[in-house]
Ligand binder design. Structure first.
Ligand SMILES: C[S@@+](CC[C@H](N)C(=O)[O-])C[C@H]1O[C@@H](n2cnc3c(N)ncnc32)[C@H](O)[C@@H]1O
Length: 344
């Protein structure tokens, strides 16, 4: 079933600040039960949290790095009468956040990645090339902005970021145009960057806006979205009890590849090595529940175009101990934000 067909949006109630994507299947895979504890690592407009709370007499720990999302969630905290705890944090710390709130293990973790419609539609947040605003793009209220990156990074770093994270074929031309423009004056607004990109990336009627890929790349880079995801998967492995469920909805091929590879690796027994006999075989920590990713049907896409690129993967925690290493080999090779800001 989909958001459109089964009234998921009606179940979650409230104003449609953000229509949850793949909400019904996410809820089904979470297997919500009375007495269970669930982490919604991407609280956003609270769509998933509301639905989990409505599905059973359970508790939800809602996490978001965006303080404005949590402020809007306060009425839901009150309505939930002690069943919803909201925490401002990065989801890479979701295990620490849950333990600090008094929960050693949980029954489910759900991540609905990317930005919310509220973030996208607020011009001052600087996420949208369609709205004039400061070139910000930070989900949290702290750290370097997209303008800091655009005005400081070397041409090579800019091209790599835009190519790898935006999959933009014209990344070199975009980087060259940025460097040329900022020699005259710093690039400070969404419109300035969008116009500059549109001048070098040609598009035909019906294509996506030519700045789409560049904006996506900068957003992912500024918020370290892929690093956050890799660390969150490790955190979920540590905090889920045996039989607990992990559900991840992603919107970008790089995100989906990370989730797929992580689950494939953790879903297999790791063999010991005859060259290093001290390394013992490791049993799998997850059982994959989605051989192929689940995608939205036409009806949901018609109601919510954001659902078009969504992919859901789910897995059940096995009893084996969490593995020590964070699978950082899943990340694309890009310099750290701090190094990029040093420029050249
Ligand atoms: C797509 S929205 C989630 C929408 C939500 N499922 C709903 O139904 O309303 C993603 C949210 O996750 C938050 N977010 C993204 N990355 C995060 C991270 N690394 N740590 C914590 N929150 C994050 C964003 O600030 C945003 O509010």
């Amino acid at each position: 079933m989909t958001a459109g067909s089964d009234g998921f949006a009606a179940v979650v109630g409230g104003p449609a600040l953000h229509i949850p994507v793949l909400g019904r299947p996410a809820l089904d895979f979470l297997n919500v039960r009375d007495g269970g504890i669930y982490i919604d690592g991407t609280f956003g407009a609270g769509g998933y949290s509301r639905a989990i709370l409505a599905a059973a007499n359970c508790k939800v720990i809602g996490i978001d790095r965006d303080p404005s999302a949590l402020a809007l969630g306060q009425p839901l905290v009150e309505a939930a009468q002690g069943r919803l705890i909201l925490i401002e944090d990065m989801f890479s710390y979701l295990d620490h956040a849950a333990r600090a709130a008094g929960f050693d293990l949980v029954d489910g973790v759900v991540l609905d990645l990317g930005v919310s419609s509220m973030q996208l539609d607020t011009a001052e947040r600087g996420f949208s090339f369609r709205l004039e605003g400061p070139l910000d793009m930070r989900m949290s209220a702290t750290g370097a902005t997209a303008a800091d990156v655009v005005n400081a990074a070397s041409e090579r770093d800019l091209a790599n970021i835009i190519f790898i994270l935006g999959e933009e074929r014209h990344s070199r031309s975009v980087a060259r145009a940025i460097v040329k423009a900022r020699e005259l004056a710093p690039i400070r607004t969404t419109r300035a960057l969008a116009d500059l990109v549109a001048a070098v990336v040609r598009s035909r009627p019906g294509d996506i806006h030519p700045a789409t890929r560049t904006f996506q790349a900068l957003r992912i880079f500024v918020n370290d979205e892929l690093g956050e995801l890799v660390r969150a998967l490790g955190a979920a492995e540590r905090i889920l009890k045996p039989g607990g469920r992990l559900v991840v909805v992603s919107f970008h091929s790089l995100e989906d590849r990370i989730v797929k590879s992580f689950l494939a690796e953790r879903g297999e027994a790791r063999a010991g090595s005859r060259h290093a006999p001290e390394i013992k075989g490791l049993p799998p920590t997850f059982r994959v529940l989605t051989k192929r990713p689940l995608i939205a049907d036409d009806e949901e896409i018609a109601c919510n175009p954001r659902a078009r690129s969504a992919k859901l993967r789910a897995a059940e925690r096995e009893p084996a101990a969490a593995r020590a290493e964070v699978p950082s080999q899943l990340l694309p090779r890009l310099p750290a934000l701090a190094d990029v800001l040093k420029g050249r």
